[in-house]
Design a protein around this ligand. Structure first.
Ligand code: HEC
Ligand code: HEC
Ligand code: HEC
Ligand code: HEC
Ligand code: HEC
Ligand code: HEC
Length: 495
């Protein structure tokens, strides 16, 4: 190798300072680490979240800091030399293509740059995709996201990426999430994140950027026929079902009048509200604006505070469907589902009550819970050969819906669709929200305005359908009070 004097001079400068040298070692090392991790990630069948973090976040991070160090060392060195010999001519780089050596160096340089840029592009693309993946969001920081990951995998949205609802489209949204992600990562490493984790859903992207990418409001029409099968907490586990025709309705004026439940999200209407808590449980003030510009304000006179202190939020899908993906089933509903699906034999006396009681205990860890569930059910059915099946099913309900380490279960996360276990629709439709003159109110006590009860009661009763709708017959317990949630808490109801 017979290098020209000047270029050898430049090269020596680059090598002869420790900062650049260290940078070069880091850059080369992390480049090879990236190649290796990348190959492993491509070859492995199931993505491993930690592999992804190393390959697409940590390794490129080191690579770029290595390159930055080389440049920094070089620059510092030049500056130092300039200070030592103030009149020295600036180093000139000359490339003479007539010299075979220069041609060779230039060729290698260009080829190297192309490969490097290609790998960087590929790496960034993979980094982007990786940080958008369910693996990254749900698995990378295992403990805090476990409840939301597990419940989302059981939901209708199991195949929908976390980011489709939590980030939405657009570069700004991506950047914003990544910045808040850094903050979260910091809390995860320190272990001082909230338990349970809460997201104020009014601060999520507006549904038009997320949900409505897949479900657009114009497309809804008609009613929805739904049968809820329940069992009482008595010895016979008596069936008590309700078949509802839900007036979901439509919201596209071209297809018919916007009416029914989805009236709220018709482009022709706007409903705004304020809430005094971050789970939107208390809604003292509502404003409705119709297509012709008519504005109506409703207020709950029980609320004495200052309304202007709270931000006004425009109602969208998430104000009702706030748990589309993370459904933590209340034990009452989960056990009903096990019996309906035949996983639990209804002839086992008191089985509904015993399973619910085992599930709702206050447990500090999953291990403790599973042990206590086993003990209590074994004690309840000492001679019943079906006890193993009961225990197995109860544990599987627990594993899918309870996360004691994160204090995450149905108690932490109210579901706003309906009105049985939480106020839900009755947050506004409680008959208390009135206009200033007291003449108008948000419709409330009419039980047929949102659904009609087509059938209710025992299996036999369920065959007697009424098109007009029945009045609700509430077993034998009284329910003179309008609020169902006062007694129904998701566990065994209060008498
Ligand atoms: C179909 C849309 C959707 C998908 C998919 C989705 N989420 Fe959510 N997520 C929501 C909504 C809506 C809320 C707000 C819940 C509320 O306010 O009650 C939420 C809340 C959360 C919260 C706050 C705690 C809670 O349960 O309220 C976390 C954490 C979270 N999501 C993580 C994830 C992760 C991780 C994934 C992917 C494995 C994911 N989400 C996928 C819609 C979604
Ligand atoms: C990437 C597409 C996609 C996004 C984004 C999405 N969904 Fe869905 N959603 C689906 C699919 C697919 C189904 C299942 C459809 C079926 O079963 O017919 C579904 C089902 C539903 C259902 C009916 C089943 C149920 O769980 O009750 C509701 C309600 C729903 N989505 C609400 C939402 C809400 C609210 C959001 C925004 C927070 C949202 N979706 C975001 C694709 C999506
Ligand atoms: C006022 C509350 C409310 C709002 C706002 C609302 N929904 Fe609904 N939606 C309901 C109710 C209640 C049902 C009936 C089914 C149920 O109870 O889950 C329903 C039904 C649905 C279904 C059909 C579910 C199925 O099982 O077939 C989808 C999908 C859906 N909504 C998506 C949306 C989307 C997307 C938005 C926003 C554009 C939205 N909803 C806004 C209350 C609402
Ligand atoms: C933030 C307050 C709010 C919440 C929460 C809410 N609504 Fe409404 N709703 C209104 C207002 C305001 C109106 C218009 C006034 C009226 O018709 O009483 C309305 C009207 C309606 C109508 C009549 C639409 C028509 O055809 O004129 C139905 C049906 C309805 N809501 C169902 C529901 C259901 C079901 C839920 C729960 C899943 C719900 N609402 C939750 C505020 C709310
Ligand atoms: C503002 C709309 C609205 C009004 C008013 C309303 N409901 Fe409902 N109701 C709902 C919705 C939404 C659901 C949930 C449907 C589902 O997804 O299963 C529901 C569910 C029910 C259920 C089934 C509960 C279960 O878990 O099986 C019963 C029973 C019921 N309502 C009775 C009543 C009675 C009685 C009244 C009058 C006091 C009433 N509803 C008024 C919207 C309403
Ligand atoms: C005064 C308390 C009270 C009120 C208010 C109340 N319930 Fe109940 N409800 C009960 C009790 C107690 C049972 C019997 C539970 C059992 O045996 O497991 C029950 C049973 C039920 C069941 C069948 C079993 C189950 O666990 O799902 C349904 C459905 C139901 N109630 C719906 C409603 C609805 C809807 C409202 C509001 C319109 C309401 N209840 C109001 C106390 C109440």
């Amino acid at each position: 190798m017979s290098a020209a004097p000047e270029s050898r001079f430049v090269l020596r400068k680059l090598i002869r300072n420790w900062i650049s040298l260290a940078g070069a070692v880091i850059a080369v090392g992390s480049f090879f680490a990236f190649l290796l991790l990348f190959a492993l990630d491509m070859l492995s069948e199931h993505g491993n979240p930690y592999m992804g973090i190393l390959a697409y976040v940590v390794a490129p991070g080191f690579l770029f800091s290595g390159i930055a160090l080389i440049a920094l060392g070089f620059w510092l060195h030049l500056r130092q030399e300039r200070r030592a010999v103030p009149d020295a001519p600036p180093v000139a780089l000359t490339i003479d293509l007539s010299r075979p050596r220069d041609r060779k160096i230039l060729g290698v340089f260009i080829a190297g740059s192309v490969v490097f840029l290609f790998m960087t592009a590929l790496g960034s693309y993979q980094t982007y995709h990786y940080t958008e993946s369910v693996q990254f969001c749900g698995r990378a920081c295992h403990v805090p996201m476990d409840p939301q990951f597990v419940t989302s995998q059981h939901s209708t949205h199991a195949r929908v990426d976390c980011v489709a609802c939590h980030v939405g489209n657009g570069a700004t949204a991506y950047l914003k999430t990544k910045i808040s992600g850094m903050r979260q990562l910091y809390h995860v490493t320190r272990g001082d994140f909230q338990r349970p984790i809460r997201a104020d859903s009014t601060k999520l992207r507006p549904a038009r950027d997320t949900c409505e990418q897949c479900h657009w409001p114009e497309k809804f029409t008609g009613g929805l026929d739904r049968t809820n099968r329940h069992y009482l907490s008595d010895e016979a586990n008596t069936p008590f079902s309700v078949r509802l025709l839900l007036k979901v309705g439509g919201s596209n004026p071209l297809h018919g009048p916007p009416d029914g439940i989805h009236w709220h999200v018709s482009p022709a209407n706007k409903v705004e509200y304020i809430s005094t808590d971050d789970q939107q449980l208390n809604i003292p003030w509502v404003r409705q604006t119709t297509a012709d510009g008519k504005v109506t304000e409703y207020r709950n006179p029980d609320f004495k505070g200052d309304i202007s202190k709270f931000p006004i939020h425009t109602m969208d899908c998430i104000d009702c469907h706030n748990r589309p993906s993370h459904k933590f089933l209340p034990p009452n509903d989960a056990v009903d589902l096990s019996i309906t699906s035949g996983r639990i034999d209804r002839s086992i006396p008191w089985v509904k009550q015993k399973m619910v009681a085992a599930l709702v205990g206050e447990y500090a860890t999953r291990d403790e819970a599973l042990k206590k569930i086993d003990e209590s059910l074994r004690a309840a059915y000492p001679d019943n050969p079906k006890v193993d099946a009961v225990i197995a099913e109860t544990k599987s309900i627990y594993n899918a819906n309870f996360f004691p380490e994160m204090k995450a279960d149905w108690r932490a996360y109210p579901d706003h669709v309906g009105h049985k276990n939480w106020e839900g629709c009755f947050r506004c439709h409680d008959g208390k929200h009135k206009t200033a003159d007291g003449a108008g109110s948000i419709q409330g006590n009419d039980c047929n305005s949102c659904h009609i009860i087509m059938a209710q009661g025992s299996d036999e009763d369920m065959t007697k359908l009424s098109a007009k709708g029945y009045d609700f017959v509430h077993i034998d317990a009284e329910y003179s009070d309008f609020s169902c949630a006062e007694c129904h808490t998701g566990a065994a109801p209060k008498e």
